[in-house]
Design a protein around this ligand. Structure first.
Ligand SMILES: Nc1ncnc2c1ncn2[C@@H]1O[C@H](COP(=O)(O)OP(=O)(O)O)[C@@H](O)[C@H]1O
Ligand SMILES: [Mg+2]
Length: 341
């Protein structure tokens, strides 16, 4: 099969004046694209690099590909940016891997995701969206649980997530909210801070299966107030260790798996997703967010690290995602399967 790859490289996107220093954090590096291409070639396919943005538009029309492996994050600050490439592929009636435009758009919008999962009885921390600093005057914080956490409403890749995102009391809210509104040009979401374990869950396949449930542990010792921030992620080798499968009680693991598979279904995810949770001191898992386009950088992104800990080679994970997409669309695929968790 001739497979086109859609992706956005950091070096292809210009950082404009006034943007925060983490503005390009979600974009990929060439190493990731090459690792995926090598895995696809290993599975017997021919790979064509389509890139992202305008290059993608030109390349998808000029190259006669049969299928697109999509990891493109999209361009601009738009909350629907991840839907750009899949929307074009649907317009061209071209099969592709991963979630559709609607799912990608919903999941980048954290408050909307939380509304939908809460509706499905999945636990998620209490939240409040602030779109304008003037709105703060009308909000009474008496019943809102503190400490709280302030983050951009439509971001991922730890953009806008810092140690300073945690606020201890209502008087710290205006400063933290203003930073998000100004630096990220979008609403801020205030969320109840859940002290406890940091857990992320990988899901792959059609039908979806749990790839792994991984706990992220600070190296300096157990800390219920640990934040998996951009600072930590960038220096993960020094600051965190990964435990997969997480050594949590069987009932907690079952609750996390059930909530993950339910969220995957409710939000309309396909082929792959990574779902982040905090597990509180009562062992209750709270869903933080759903990533239908999880990072795939070998040895760096959570999903490949988790897969490695579970004994899957990188190329097997790519094969599982690809074959899930092919099977879903009744296209011929090679026989890579997941082992039951
Ligand atoms: N409500 C919260 N309670 C405790 N920690 C949180 C909360 N929200 C975010 N965090 C911390 O910040 C990290 C990143 O938040 P997340 O919502 O997953 O954003 P991103 O899309 O950038 O990954 C989490 O993995 C967690 O460590
Ligand atoms: Mg996250």
């Amino acid at each position: 099969m001739k497979i086109g790859m859609a992706y956005d490289l950091k070096e292809d996107v210009a950082l404009s004046a006034g943007q925060p220093e983490d503005a390009l954090e979600e974009y990929d590096c060439l190493e990731t694209v090459q690792a995926i291409a090598t895995a696809l070639e290993f599975l017997g396919h021919v790979v064509v690099m389509l890139g992202g943005g305008k290059d993608f538009l030109i390349n998808i029309l000029q190259n006669n590909v049969d299928f697109v492996f999509n990891i493109a994050e999209g361009r601009g600050k738009y909350r629907s940016r991840e839907a750009q490439v899949p929307a074009i592929l649907e317009m061209l009636n071209m099969p592709y891997s991963g979630a559709d435009p609607q799912c990608l758009t919903i999941c980048l919008d954290k408050p909307l995701t939380k509304k939908l999962v809460a509706e499905a009885s999945i636990l998620t921390p209490a939240w409040q969206v602030i779109s304008d600093i003037k709105e703060l005057k009308g909000i009474v914080w008496d019943s809102f649980p503190f400490p709280a956490f302030v983050k951009p409403a439509y971001e991922g890749s730890s953009k806008g997530i810092r140690f300073s995102s945690r606020v201890e009391s209502p008087k710290e809210i205006p400063g933290a909210v203003e930073t998000v509104l100004e630096k990220y040009g979008q609403p801020a979401m205030l969320e109840e801070f859940i002290p406890g374990d940091e857990v992320t869950v990988g899901i792959v396949g059609t039908p979806p299966q749990i790839l792994g449930i991984m706990r992220v542990l600070p190296r300096q010792g157990c800390d219920p107030n640990f934040i998996y921030s951009l600072e930590v992620k960038r220096e993960w080798e020094k600051l965190v260790s990964y435990e997969c499968p997480a050594r949590l009680p069987p009932k907690t693991m079952q609750d996390i798996a059930e909530a993950s598979l339910k969220a995957f279904k409710v939000l309309g995810c396909r082929d792959v997703a990574r779902i982040d949770f905090r597990v509180d001191t009562q062992r209750k898992p709270y869903l933080l967010e759903v990533n239908p386009l999880p990072g795939l950088r070998p040895g760096y992104s959570d999903l490949p690290i988790m897969a490695q800990e579970m004994g899957y080679e990188y190329k097997t994970v790519i094969g599982l995602i690809l074959n899930s997409a092919l099977r879903r669309q009744n296209l011929p695929c090679l026989g890579v399967t997941t082992q039951p968790y």
